[in-house]
Design a protein around this ligand. Sequence first.
Ligand code: SF4
Length: 184
Amino acid sequence: MGTAHTLPDRWRRPTYDEPVTDPYEATDPSGPGGAEPVLVSACLLGRECRYDGRHNADDALARELEQRGLRAVPFCPEEQGGLGTPRPAAWIESKDAAAVLDGGDRVVSERGRDVTAQFLAGARAALHACREHDIRRAFLKERSPSCGVCHTHVHGTLTSGPGVTAALLQRAGIAVTGVEGHRR
Ligand code: SF4
């Protein structure tokens, strides 16, 4: 399970009894002093929202964003799309994220459940949040079927290409940067 980090409570995953709230309810996207808001995979900020209930806290990213005067807005597409945590691992079934967005491929869990609708809902929610708050940049966790930028999982295998959320944000002109996570 995740180690303790000095992060605001609002970035952490709710307990199982709590509803998943819109992070924008608790976060002022404009930030103090009008800092530019950027979307960040919530698990990179220490929120235990990974499929296995862990996080990918990346202290180096948090420092870099602060030094650059950017305001991190945490977002987890899979939770926002309606999937609980923990949840079975999932991957793009056979092609790529573009095919999923265009209706030509699915996202399936390791148990064989079709979770395409949830992944698409999470991606659309991320784009909606970006548009709602004039977010033009995103820092996303590499290798995720949602957030991966350069690498994602297809048919259970690490594969070049973006995840579903990263692909949709890229299509919309959002600049996405992949982050591996777990840096000190
Ligand atoms: S990689 Fe993206 S979808 Fe996966 S836990 Fe992190 S924020 Fe959520």
